[in-house]
Design a protein. Structure first.
Ligand code: 9MR
Ligand code: ZN
Length: 581
């Protein structure tokens, strides 16, 4: 515990500002470097570093992996054959050291270059998971923040949340509905059902995958949470779920989002005193919430039966609304997005899955079936399943988690599991093709807003495919997604603030900017070739990223991004043969 605390304080300090925000890091042609996953490598996983640049010494020489504590050479590594990225002169070489499984702190040297230190060990992701999960505590809305570990503090925020933006059959315009609580969605202060549901779903799925290690995590939660009968992860996830319960109308539908009508400037959340509104209801959001509630009903059943029953009844009510409204329904009007993100089909987000709610209904039906075992839900699962491929789990299409959970909970092989498995493998094989084509081994070729979270999600899919087949190619590709996010990328940075020796420092976050500090534990969006902010370079593939506080389209964090990375770490850890489930 003391070790974790010291580590967190250290990480927070590392993340503290050294200069002004204007001194953002602009990547230059890099001198030779050995890039590593800056957190480290789980002993059972394949292990790779990447040498970038021209060797200055004899190319035949071997790279050496050195124990950083004792300076003992541990392993000679034969560098892989050089290869190049399209249109770039700098060669890349793989340094594979999978053979080393011994726990310790190490670095690699070759050609007079030294990598950063990294760890090999079974427990090395405990601190990272703690840091990533603590971000939710720091994002809580409706309460004061007084965090002993980071020193971050603000007064209670958004206590008037919120007024109904326009008349509906259940509330005249301007009615106050108590929708306090939840998490601020991202660097801004809006609260959205789409991302809260996705986040809760991912976190609860992580818990279902590996409850024992997650139960042991301590988030140093505020005092009033201490009496909670559940583990810290479940206590924190309940914050999002409780808020979603408040977003539900009496007919079961959920309001889509809650925000002000203009974007706040960089201020502390408690200084954001504008009126905040509840915008219209929708079937996609209602379905996503139904799914997350249904998951919560089974996950909290043992530790918090009252909450579990509340969630199940909310899930059923949401489902009744969906049954009564079989067509996709979105109450959205011009002006709804003047101070918040649309989270809908839009010029920026054009995926076909945003033109239907079948993917959302599928997720709801799947989770309700898993929780209740009732036939009507299974019927709906079987009706929709043939229309859906295994996709990328996110607010635009949550169906993949429904599929994964159906597989996870169905212990016997059935016709349904065979169909699901086939879809999974088809997806994973496509991902392998992407990995093989990409010099940085990413499985996600769509370099758009939030690409880092997409990389993490594809990593989860690959880990699931490994679990189903035992094919090591999937496991290696899954590990590569984590390695990319934590250091083996064109910038050689960890995309999580305060995690790793060389991490993002200038994330786009209103509260952080107001303080002139960095908030630790946030996964930023990453490369986005469209760079809608006009700050990050456009059209540069994986290099369309900049560590600049103004780059909201590449350097902002969001609750759903962190959840994907947490999920990837948990799923990779769970592939260990010796793990405790
Ligand atoms: O994460 C969202 C991404 O998938 C969308 O492409 C993008 C544009 O609609 O919006 C992202 O979410 C942002 C939200 O709209 C507003 N708050 C900050 C979120 C993270 O950047
Ligand atoms: Zn708030």
């Amino acid at each position: 515990m003391i070790r974790i605390l010291t580590r967190l304080i250290l990480l927070a300090l590392i993340a503290w500002p050294v200069g002004t925000w204007a001194k953002a890091m602009h990547p230059k042609p890099a001198p030779p470097r050995i890039l590593v996953n800056q957190v480290g490598y789980l002993p059972h996983l394949p292990k790779r570093a990447l040498f970038t640049g021209d060797p200055s010494g004899p190319k035949e020489a071997k790279a050496i992996l050195v124990d950083s504590e004792t300076q003992t050479p541990m392993l000679k590594i034969t560098p892989g054959r050089p290869y190049r990225e399209k249109n770039r002169a700098t060669p890349l070489r793989i340094l594979d050291f999978s053979a080393l499984k011994k726990e310790g702190r190490y670095h690699i040297t070759w050609q007079g270059i030294r990598s950063l230190d990294f760890h090999i060990g079974h427990e090395i992701y405990t601190d990272a998971l703690t840091l990533l999960l603590r971000s939710y505590t720091l994002q809580r809305c409706g309460v004061a923040l007084e965090d002993p570990l980071t020193g971050l503090r603000h007064g209670p925020c958004h206590l008037q949340d919120a007024l109904v933006a326009r008349e509906d059959p259940f509330a005249p315009m301007g009615t106050r509905v108590d929708a306090r609580g939840g998490w601020h969605d991202a660097g801004d202060f809006g609260k959205y059902v789409a991302t809260t549901a996705i986040t809760a779903g991912r976190l609860l799925a992580a818990w279902e995958k590996a409850p024992t290690p997650l139960k042991a995590l301590s988030l140093s939660l505020p005092h009033h949470d201490r009496a909670s009968p559940t583990c810290d992860l479940l206590t924190e996830t309940r914050v999002g779920l409780l808020w979603m319960l408040r977003m539900q109308r009496s007919d079961g539908a959920l309001y889509r989002k809650l925000s002000g009508s203009s974007w706040p400037s960089p201020i502390s959340p408690d200084e954001d005193s504008q009126t905040r509104y509840l915008y219209g209801i929708s079937s996609p959001e209602t379905a996503k919430a139904a799914a997350a509630f249904a998951m919560a009903a089974r996950v909290y059943k043992a530790s918090d039966p009252v909450f579990s029953r509340q969630c199940l009844s909310a899930a059923r009510k949401a489902w009744e609304f969906l049954v009564a409204n079989p067509e996709m329904l979105i109450d959205h009007q011009p002006g709804d997005d003047s101070g918040s993100g649309p989270y809908l089909y839009s010029p920026v987000d054009r995926e076909a899955t945003l033109t239907t709610d079948l993917d959302d209904r599928f997720w709801a039906a799947a989770e309700l079936f898993i929780t209740t075992r009732e036939t009507p839900f299974l019927k709906e699962v079987e009706r929709i399943l043939p229309m859906l491929p295994w996709g990328l789990y996110e607010w635009k299409d949550p169906s993949a988690l429904g599929m994964a959970n159906l597989l996870h909970h169905q212990k016997k092989a059935t016709r349904l599991t065979a169909r699901l498995k086939k879809k999974l493998i088809l997806r994973a094989d496509t991902l392998i093709l992407h990995v093989k084509k990409c010099p940085w081994f990413t499985a996600n070729p769509r370099l758009i807003w939030g690409s880092n979270k997409m990389i993490a999600e594809e990593g989860i899919t690959l880990a699931l495919a490994y679990e189903q087949t035992g094919n090591p190619v999937y496991l290696s590709a899954a590990s590569a997604q984590l390695n990319f996010l934590l250091g083996i990328n064109p910038f050689g940075i960890s995309f999580v603030t305060g995690l790793g020796e060389h991490s993002v420092r200038h994330s786009n976050h209103l509260f952080a900017r107001a303080l002139g500090k960095s908030i630790p534990g946030l996964l930023v969006g990453g490369a986005n070739a469209s760079a809608e902010d006009g700050i990050a370079p456009k059209g540069k593939g994986l290099r369309s990223y900049v560590d600049d506080p103004r780059s909201y389209a590449t350097n902002e964090y969001a609750i759903d991004y962190n959840a994907s990375l947490i999920g990837l770490i948990v799923h990779l850890t769970a592939t260990s043969p010796g793990r405790v489930p």
